[in-house]
Design a protein. Sequence first.
Length: 428
Amino acid sequence: MQILIAHSHLNPGGVTRIIESQIDSLKNIPVKVLVGTCPNPETITSRGAELVIMGELNYLEHKTYSDDEAKEMLDTVLEKLRQQITKDTVIHFHNLNLGKNPIVTFAVYLLAKEGVRVFNHAHDFAEDRPSNQTFLEEIISDIFSHNLSEVLYPNLPNYQFGVLNSFDLERLLSYGVEADRIEWLPNPVTFSCTIENPDKEASKKTICEELKISDEKLLITYPVRVIQRKNIGEFILLSVLFDHITNFVVTQPPQNPVEREMYRQWVKFCEDHEIDVVFEAGNKVDFEQLLCASDFCITTSYREGFGMVYLEPWLLNTPVVGRDIDYITKDFKDDGFTFPTLFYKINIPEIKIDFKDLNMKMQMEIICDLKSGRIEKQKMFEQNPILTTLFNKVADQVIEQNKEIIKSNYSLQGYGSKLQNRYKKLVG
C-alpha cells in the first residue's frame, strides 16, 4: 500500500500542519506528498516522505474558460496524476471539494470511476463559499456537463471521506453519503512546549521587551494568519475596549493576495488612529515562547474547519477565550472541555446587529466612535455583560483538566491508527 497525500500547496497553515502530522503518524507506510507549491520542502523530506511538485494542483484562477481550454487542462492533470498512481495507491486528497481548482476535482472523480481509491479529507466546504460553488458549477456542470453533486459526493465504495467534526459528519449524511464511507477524524493536537519548565512571568518579560510593549498589562495573543473569516476588526474592537489593561498581538499576515488589501487597510487604520495592536508578532519573536508568555489566547473567527485555536494554547498553560462557533466547540465540550469565556455575538449600542456582520467600513466607524468617546465603553459592557468576565483569572485545575482531555482524545498515535484502519478498508 502506498499513500499519496495531495493538496494545492504547503504554505504555512492548518492543512500543512495536518499533512505533517499525518506523515509522522504513518511511520510504517510509504508516503508520497503531491502538491502544487511547497515553500519549505524540508518539512516534508525530513519526515521521510517523498515530495513531488505538480503545478497543476495549484489554485486555478477564477475566470471564464473555453471548453477547449478546460479539456486540455483536464487531460494534463489526468496524465500527471496517473504517473503517480500504482495499483495499490490510496490518494488522500485534502480539500478536494473546496472549489479552488475544479479541474482537479473533476479529474480525481474520473479516476475514482476507473477504480482508483480516493480518501477525500474535507476541512472546508464550497457550499459555505458561494464564489467557490459557482466556480465548480461553471467548470463541472457547464463545461463538462456532469451533475455537480455526483462529482463531489460520488456513490462509490472506493471513494471515502474524512471530516473534522460531528457537524460535517451530519452534513455528509444529509448529502446521501453512507456512514461507513465517512471517517470522523478530529485533528491531532501535537503542539507541546519544548521550553524546559517554562516560566510564564519570565517568558512574558522577554517577549514584551522584544515587542516593545509593557509587561504590566495582560498579553492577549491571536495565533492566526489574518484572513477575512478570522474577523480581525472584532479583535481590534476588543483591543480598544480593553486597552487600559491589555496588549493585543496577532501573529501572521495573509499570504493570499486577495486578502492582503483588507489586511493592509486594517494595519493602516490602527496606525492612523493610534491603536496599539502588534501585527505579525510571529515574525518578530519565537511563536512558542509567545504562546507560553501570553496570559490568554483569543479568537474572533466566525468560521473554522476544525478549530485548533481552541485547543493548542492550553498545552502551554494559556487559556483560550473569544467568539464561540457552536458547531466547532460542541465536540470539545462533549469531550468535557471547559472554556472560561466564549461569546456568540457582540452587540453595538443603538445598532441591532452583531459586530461581525458589519462591513469593514462600518466596523471602522464603530471603532472610531469608541476610540473618540462617541460610543461609551461602559455602554458596550452593558450591552455585552459577558465581556466583563473575558479576562478573569482561570483556575489551574481547569487548565490541567483541559490539557488531559487533549492528550487523551487528540493524540497523534490514535489519529494514525484511525487513518491506517480507513486505508485498509479502502484497499480491502
